[in-house]
Design a protein around this ligand. Sequence first.
Ligand code: SAM
Ligand code: SF4
Length: 336
Amino acid sequence: MDVSKYPKFYTIGITDRCNAACIMCFRTSPNEAKKSRNDMPLEYLKKLHQGLLNAEVIRWYADGEFFAVRNLEYYMDYIKQYTARENGFSTNGKLLKKYAAMIAESNINFIDISLDGATPETLESIRIGVKLKDIIEGIFELQKECELRSKPCPKLKFVFCSMRRNIEEIPLVIELAHQVRVSTVYMMPLDTGFHPELEKEKLSYYPGLEREYFQQAKKLAKKYNILFDHTHRKVLNLDDADETTNKDQLMGHKITDSMIACPLPWSDVLVTQEGEIKVCCYNPRIMGSLRDSTLEEIWHGEKFGRLRQSVLNKTFSEGCSDGKCHIAGGNLHYIL
Ligand SMILES: C[S@@+](CC[C@H](N)C(=O)[O-])C[C@H]1O[C@@H](n2cnc3c(N)ncnc32)[C@H](O)[C@@H]1O
Ligand code: SF4
């Protein structure tokens, strides 16, 4: 398979700092909480420039909070030159109101807002330091600033991490999405890898519960014309007769008949705040560093070559099976 000159999909950890302390986040686990955190030096971003000019998708976050970047105006001034088809970030929404005008001025065209509850009590018991009220006000402010400029508002999505304590609120999240004009809602399962104390929050311990609330929410979403889905449809035992919204997509990639097991080694890079390049968030192997190499050298280098070969021959031996990747684990239904 041919390798394009540059990757097409970029996930860029512009910072690994955060202004919240969510109970399930790896950052709040005892060892991670001690680490010092920083913003990505602009010189690393500049090393991605040629690739970013032709990128199809840019996600400006990895392990941190986009709005926690110290000198955000300075970074935005630089990154607003990129006009990828999908160009956005995930946020806890805490500072959306403060930066709404700046976002409206930019080329950002999608924002995923993490919303793990539809009531202040539930959301604020999970997303410590974030207030539901601030998220809602931020959404209204962004819509207002975009209208003032006669620009379309970035596409907004709610991302709901489902747990025992919040699952009953997923239909309410759909109601809220309808009220504040958010067009898409996704559910995703809780990972307790960094927080074993949350084990009993996992919905696998309550058979049928997640499916029941998913179906209730699905009906409402249909009524309001909201796109609603689950990132791990298989855990809900949804059969083919169930309507899907993303069945022709695999991590944002269009699924084609000739698709190999995983397209990411031919299209994606994840760049950490420290300038290290990986292929995705599941594979821990470092393919190279922007400290001492160019993007082109890493992308066309030996390590990426070996990774591609291991995916082609489906051994997944170059780090893919070290993490929790569902594709390497043989479950191609990851998001189908
Ligand atoms: C690590 S955050 C970074 C972006 C931003 N700070 C935010 O909260 O949206 C990215 C996403 O991971 C989710 N997340 C964090 N810890 C998780 C866990 N243990 N299981 C599942 N999702 C988790 C968050 O809810 C969020 O939607
Ligand atoms: S806001 Fe995001 S990065 Fe920050 S603690 Fe919460 S999930 Fe983690």
